[in-house]
Write a protein that binds this ligand. Structure first.
Ligand code: NDP
Ligand code: DXP
Ligand code: MN
Length: 385
């Protein structure tokens, strides 16, 4: 049995991972589960899978967790350090499914002890890709992408001949506003933005999909996961989300991974790797789907994609500033403080006001992340309705 820790166990990815654990008795022993404030759901999940340790990031949720775990024998803990402790406990695999840069320190804790990391938490790679990869090289940790596009690329990528890859093509659904004008997007509600046409996901990534920032973050994620130059990364809009991404080789061959849009496919791939295991995902029926469409992304209606592309090219702290500003802007939008179109403006203004430069270590990343959040907070206040 392989021991697994699931960080972000109460979220969309975490719950689907636990579904796979429940469907495969004897395959994984759950060492630790974490959440932020959702103590009851965490305790229920920990009891159901027989976890040994459960931690909430929010110290205020400790009492509720302790009470919900009473008599279970499951150890309870709270606070950001407890989430890192969950990552450090002796598991073979750590699934990082925390949303946002809050996942950075726990992911690094798992990387530093040389664990196999099934990484869903893309923001960690966006804000600290070089730091995480350097730590992985030093410890021997293996990073297995869970994000559907990167998992597809991982499956198609010739890891023995990276030089034979000419282009990586990330597919993008286009989000709920693919056909909307900017004027229409100006009136978009949080519910509109979270109504993803294909995937059911947490609120933050759903809004990112609506602005196309998700694809921008994924470009940067791909840059850190796959050893090809920045200029070999491309994006194509594919509304059906059946082709999860593609790898083009120097001979003109293009390899793609296809499947129904069900995150349990990439989650199972990463959690069982190098084995493949059965999943309950609906099988792909191309005749029933009938058409697969592709179109170029529109940078004018979706400026976040261009902001991310530019930040990736700038390197250094620019992606960290982009990510922090985006987290602040999306949280303000979800809280009803700013409008949908304020998100790209807040990110652009933050990138324009916070000086970027090289970043060499975790402390520098955390410092720039804080500075960018403060600057983005000012931008939010300027626009608060
Ligand atoms: N959902 C999807 O299909 C996909 C998601 N991803 C990526 O996976 C990650 C998770 O996404 P998703 O599952 O949708 O997110 P959700 O919002 O559904 O879940 C987030 C999880 O993180 C926990 N969490 C939030 N903040 C903190 C914090 N400060 N400290 C510790 N834990 C915290 C939440 O706990 P609590 O419930 O207590 O708040 C919850 O368990 C993101 O990086 C996303 O981009 C990538 C591809 C697909
Ligand atoms: C399931 C997954 O990996 C998400 O990141 C998804 O790709 C979002 O879709 P778009 O960002 O392409 O709309
Ligand atoms: Mn994705």
């Amino acid at each position: 049995m392989r021991r697994i820790a699931i960080l972000g166990a109460t979220g969309s990815v975490g719950q689907q991972a636990l579904d796979l654990v429940a469907r495969n008795p004897g395959r994984w022993q759950v060492e630790a589960l974490t959440a932020n404030g959702n103590a009851q759901a965490l305790a229920d999940a920990a009891r159901a899978c027989g976890a040994k340790f459960a931690a909430v990031g929010d110290p205020a949720a400790y009492g509720a967790l302790k009470e919900a775990l009473a008599g279970s024998g499951i150890e309870a803990a709270a606070g950001p350090e407890a989430i890192c402790e969950a990552a450090r406990r002796p598991s073979d695999i750590v699934l990082t499914a925390i949303v946002g840069a809050a996942g950075l320190k726990p992911t690094l804790a798992a990387v530093e002890r040389g664990a196999t990391i099934a990484i869903a938490n893309k923001e960690t790679l966006v804000c600290a890709g070089p730091v995480v990869q350097a730590a992985a090289r030093a410890s021997g940790a293996v990073l297995l992408p869970v994000d559907s596009e990167h998992n597809a690329i991982f499956q198609c990528f010739d890891h023995d001949q990276p030089g034979s890859v000419e282009r990586i093509i990330l597919t993008c659904s286009g989000g709920p506003f693919r056909t909307w004008t900017r004027t229409e997007m100006g009136q978009a509600s949080v519910a509109d933005a979270c109504r993803h046409p294909v995937w059911s996901m947490g609120a933050k990534i759903s809004v990112d999909s609506a602005t196309l920032m998700n694809k921008g973050l994924e470009l940067i994620e791909a840059h850190h996961l796959f050893p090809v130059g920045i200029d070999r990364l491309d994006v194509v809009v594919h509304p059906q989300s059946v082709v999860h991404s593609m790898v083009e080789y120097v001979d003109g061959s293009v390899l793609a991974q296809l499947g129904t849009p069900d995150m349990r496919i990439p989650i199972a791939f990463a959690m069982a790797w190098p084995e493949r295991i059965a999943t309950p995902a609906t099988r792909l029926d191309l005749c029933a789907i009938g058409r697969l469409e592709f179109e170029a992304p529109d940078f004018e209606r979706f400026p976040c994609l261009k902001l991310a592309w530019d930040a990736m090219r700038a390197e250094g702290s620019a992606p960290c500033i982009l990510n922090a500003a985006n987290e602040v802007a999306v949280a303000a939008f979800i809280a009803g403080k700013v409008g949908f179109l304020d998100i790209d403006t807040i990110v652009a203004e933050t990138l324009a006001t916070v000086a970027s430069g090289p970043v060499g270590c975790l402390d520098e990343v955390l410092e720039i992340d804080l500075a960018a959040r403060a600057a983005a907070g000012v931008q939010v206040e300027l626009r608060t309705r």
